[in-house]
Design a protein around this ligand. Structure first.
Ligand code: UDP
Ligand code: MG
Length: 339
């Protein structure tokens, strides 16, 4: 990679800033870690790049945390960030981002399904002037029915909603200019929406085909339920983009119209009954008045609750979505003091 192209990515900081940070979320990947670290070193050694690897242990129960801590003491490039419990891949990646100091940030999975030998190619693409280069698992080695087909549908849906049509949002192998991820508030499964969120901020994004291997050790942590969660996140994101600021304006309007209509009909019926002595017990309008009144009341209160929850959402943005137990390796003192 030509470091000059990355020079403007971040203001200089007092501590050493490597060219590259490689962020790896790890949940029960004890067999894969040693091979992954070797593969990263082999892929990057021919290149004149300074780099750090940040492995985030996301509450593993198979000893991955102990292994990472040992490796971080022995391995000068490695930093092990140990989370207090299992939070999920997105929080694990967010923890990695907050510890990354590189001018560019690569993310990849800890299970050897992504191939570190693709990293130099992604970096070359970044040098062409992109802010985010996303891997595309053109020949994806996962179960077709539960993973590949649902994620094709999810990719299409995400593209429709966000306006950024990528073949493979779910590919973890990506490279970002570091300022892109610096201010992102991640939660849920949102790490996969990073390209769309970055695009909204004006980032230049491209996709390149990368290698993909089937899992060698352990099991995938995900099944069909994840696609469901991703689609639900997507709905939340698009919902929030429209209604985030003033939900009460939307629900309040419908609720108000409905309430007014209900009240007007009720008044009309009251005048008929008390002014003209008419019988109103059999009139369909009576039911309509009650329905409209109740629906209006419901919508109105829903709008209020939505408004309150949106306020709470905004206020809660400062809350961390993960907690760090321990940081081992490199200058852990200065980094750990950020928590
Ligand atoms: N992962 C994680 N926390 C979780 C689930 C997964 O950090 O709660 C990590 C996992 O160790 C792997 C990556 O996220 O490095 C992707 O997970 P997995 O390989 O199970 O997903 P798949 O490749 O099947 O989509
Ligand atoms: Mg995997």
């Amino acid at each position: 990679m030509n470091p000059s192209l990355l020079q403007n990515s971040l203001p200089p900081i007092s501590t050493f800033q490597p060219d590259l940070s490689i962020v790896v979320p790890v949940y029960n990947e004890v067999e894969s870690i040693p091979m992954l670290l070797d593969a990263i070193a082999t892929s990057l050694s021919p290149h004149p790049l300074s780099y750090e690897i940040i492995c985030v242990d996301d509450g593993s129960k198979d000893g991955s945390d102990a292994l990472l801590k040992r490796e971080a003491i022995a391995h000068p490039h490695l930093k092990a960030v140990i989370l207090r419990r299992n939070y999920g891949q997105t929080p694990a990646m967010a923890a990695g981002f907050s510890h990354a100091r590189g001018k560019a940030i690569v993310t990849l999975d800890g299970d050897l399904q992504n191939d570190p030998s693709d990293i130099p190619m992604l970096l070359e693409k970044l040098d062409e002037g992109y802010d985010l280069v996303s891997g595309w698992r053109k020949h994806r080695q996962d179960a077709a029915v539960t993973r590949v087909i649902p994620s094709k549908i999810a990719n299409w849906l995400i593209g429709q909603v966000t306006g950024v049509q990528l073949h493979d949002y779910g590919c973890s192998l990506k490279v970002y200019r570091s300022e892109l991820v610096a201010d992102m508030n991640l939660y849920g499964e949102l790490h996969r929406f990073l390209p769309a969120l970055a695009f909204i901020e004006g980032a230049r994004i491209t996709e390149v085909p990368v290698k993909h291997h089937s899992r060698r050790f352990g099991q995938s942590k995900y099944g069909l339920d994840r696609t469901f969660r991703v689609v639900m996140d997507l709905l939340t994101v698009s919902f929030m983009r429209t209604f985030l600021t003033r939900p009460m304006h939307v629900f309040g309007l419908f609720g108000g119209v409905s309430l007014l209509a209900g009240t007007a009909i009720a008044l009309y019926l009251a005048i008929l009954k008390f002014g003209f002595g008419a019988s109103i017990g059999q009139r369909p309008l009576l039911i309509l008045a009650v329905v409209l009144f109740l629906a209006g009341l419901n919508l109105f209160s829903f709008g209020l609750v939505a408004e309150i929850s949106m306020r709470t959402y905004h206020e809660s943005q400062g809350r961390p979505i993960y907690r760090v137990r321990e940081v081992v390796g490199q200058s852990e003192q200065s980094i750990a003091s950020k928590e």
